[in-house]
Design a protein around this ligand. Structure first.
Ligand code: NAD
Length: 503
């Protein structure tokens, strides 16, 4: 275990904007003397004022004393010139996201700080290897990717460039941990962990929308209500800004040319029109109007009894049905009633499953994160099935307090399709040694607030389940976008959980 920088070490922060001021606050709160520099007149004073008033709120709420507040503020000093950084042990830059600007800055710092000093970049999309390129001591450069707002978000991606010295990486890792953050290690690849692995959350939802499988409000309702995500992809794009989200997508796509990251034309059109999300009043949703709420199935009668699959994952559903007075037996797969067989999607469309596999009509239901707490679910059926049979299936879920949304009969419905792609991208990131599965899960839980990391989802869906959904998507669309990640194949052949194939 490497030792963190002692709190007696001076930390330099370049750039006093959104991220730099947050990072300065974090380092000062950890006890360091912080030197803050910005080329813009008044930027440092404005940052200190902002930090001061936010700290005051903590004082007002009794979370810190006035003395602690002034001690933190007192440790943040204005450095009018970079020359003031001569005795800094660590300099973190959070300036404009332009390679030339960052390279120029680091070249200058290289000649100012001591040879033992560490230089860190908070870049979110540039290559750490490229930022360090051409420096006298490129081994001292690492990525320290904080998330916004830096004082609140626990995750820091510690990014290793090709030349980064492992000793420096470990020192920065230990320092971030000492600053009360949760660091994860990753290599310098496009999007690092979070901005890469999160892409299918948006891109797959956008495909589902573009194909008319469900509208944005319904997709968001399913992802939150069935998947346990705090926000749906469309509400989240509106919050982040469609333009910001598209720029990240574009950056990752242009650097990888992976079709899973391809930008979506609908999103591009909204950005071109100035519909950027909350900040412009309109994005996927219109913030000045009453948006139509998603429309679940109208109330339908509950069946008197059913047979619920014996797998433990259905315990929560069985308990909820029993609580509602439905008589429940356990056995087999999916859910059987006297009128229909409800089958959890394995990628096969309901139209395929209804071709004589059983005497009863087959209705598909989507992946659910946790049956004990789910508030809604997607279901699908071919047009040939009578509406009253579909209502019967909806009535069963409604009895358990779960709204049912009927979506088009496509492979993987909504949640299983999005999650399978998240797992696929995460599996490839682990194959490319971007990060370990554990660090990928941690990063996605903390960096994006996902209820579970992709490898945890893979355990819930099983390797076979994920391969099956991807296989059917691949078969359906004949697109490389839905290829089966190599890690999933290894997991199947070695009969190991996906998380364990990367040792
Ligand atoms: P920002 O525009 O709020 O702040 C950038 C600051 O840097 C400005 O005050 C600007 O005057 C200053 N600056 C620009 N060039 C400079 C130079 N050569 N020397 C000194 N100061 C200079 O930007 P931000 O959102 O804080 O982003 C900063 C960096 O952090 C970028 O690399 C960005 O990609 C990254 N980042 C941003 C976020 C985010 O959500 N905003 C999250 C993670 C990482």
């Amino acid at each position: 275990m490497s030792e963190p920088l002692p709190t007696t070490a001076t930390v330099g922060v370049v750039g006093a904007g959104t991220m730099g001021s947050g990072i300065a606050w974090v380092a000062a709160a950890a006890g360091h003397r912080v030197l803050l520099h910005d080329v813009r007149d008044g930027a440092v004073a404005a940052a200190r004022d902002e930090i001061g008033s936010r700290l005051q709120r903590s004082v007002d709420k009794g979370r810190m004393t006035a003395e602690e507040r002034s001690a933190i503020l007192g440790r943040i000093e204005h450095a009018p010139a970079l020359a003031g950084f001569a005795d800094a042990a660590l300099v973190i830059e959070a300036v404009a996201e332009l390679l030339d600007v960052k390279r120029l800055l680091f070249a200058e710092l290289d000649g100012i700080v001591g040879d033992q000093a560490i230089l860190a970049t908070n870049t979110s999309s540039l290559s750490v290897t490229a930022v360090a390129g051409g420096l006298r001591l490129p081994g001292r450069v690492v990525g320290m990717h904080f998330f916004n707002p830096a004082p609140v978000m626990p995750l820091v991606e510690i990014v290793m460039g090709a030349a980064s010295d492992p000793v420096v990486v470990e020192r920065v890792f230990a320092t971030a941990a000492a600053w009360d953050k949760t660091p994860v290690r990753c290599t310098s690849t496009p999007g690092f962990i979070v901005n890469r692995v999160a892409r299918p959350f948006y891109s797959e939802a956008l495909r589902i929308l573009s194909e008319g499988t469900a509208d944005a409000a319904t997709i968001d309702a399913i992802v939150t209500g069935a998947g346990g995500f705090r926000m749906g992809p469309f509400a989240l794009m509106d919050l982040v800004g469609l333009d910001v989200n598209l720029a990240v997508t574009r950056s990752v796509y242009e650097q990888t040319l992976d079709p899973r990251f391809a930008p979506n034309v609908k999103q591009q059109a909204l950005v071109d029109a100035g519909y950027l999300g909350r900040k412009s009043g309109r994005g996927w949703f219109d913030y000045g109007a009453d948006n139509a709420p998603p429309a679940p199935f109208p109330p339908a009668p509950a069946p008197e009894g059913c047979v619920v699959g014996e797998a433990p994952q259905y315990d929560g559903l069985a308990a909820r049905l029993e609580h509602a007075g439905v008589s429940v037996e356990r056995g087999g797969y999916g859910i059987a009633t006297d009128r229909a067989w409800l089958y959890r999607t394995d990628g096969r469309p309901a139209s395929v499953l209804n071709q004589g596999l059983t005497g009863l009509p087959v209705i598909l239901f989507d992946l659910v994160g946790d049956w004990a707490t789910a508030s809604c679910i997607a279901i699908a059926a071919p047009r040939s099935i009578d509406d009253d049979v579909i209502a019967h299936a909806a009535g069963l879920f409604q009895a358990a307090g779960i709204d049912a949304f009927r979506v088009a009969d496509i492979p993987g419905l909504v949640l299983a399709r999005i999650i399978a792609q998240l797992i696929s991208v995460a599996a490839d990131a682990a194959t490319e040694r971007v990060a370990t599965p554990d660090d990928i899960d941690t990063a996605m839980r903390l960096g994006t607030n996902y209820p579970a990391g992709p490898f945890e989802w893979a355990e819930r869906m099983t390797t076979e389940g994920v391969i099956s959904v991807l296989g059917w998507l691949h078969d359906w669309y004949e697109e490389d976008r839905y290829r089966t990640a190599a890690g999933l194949k290894r997991s199947r052949h070695e009969e190991l959980p996906l998380r364990e194939v990367y040792g």
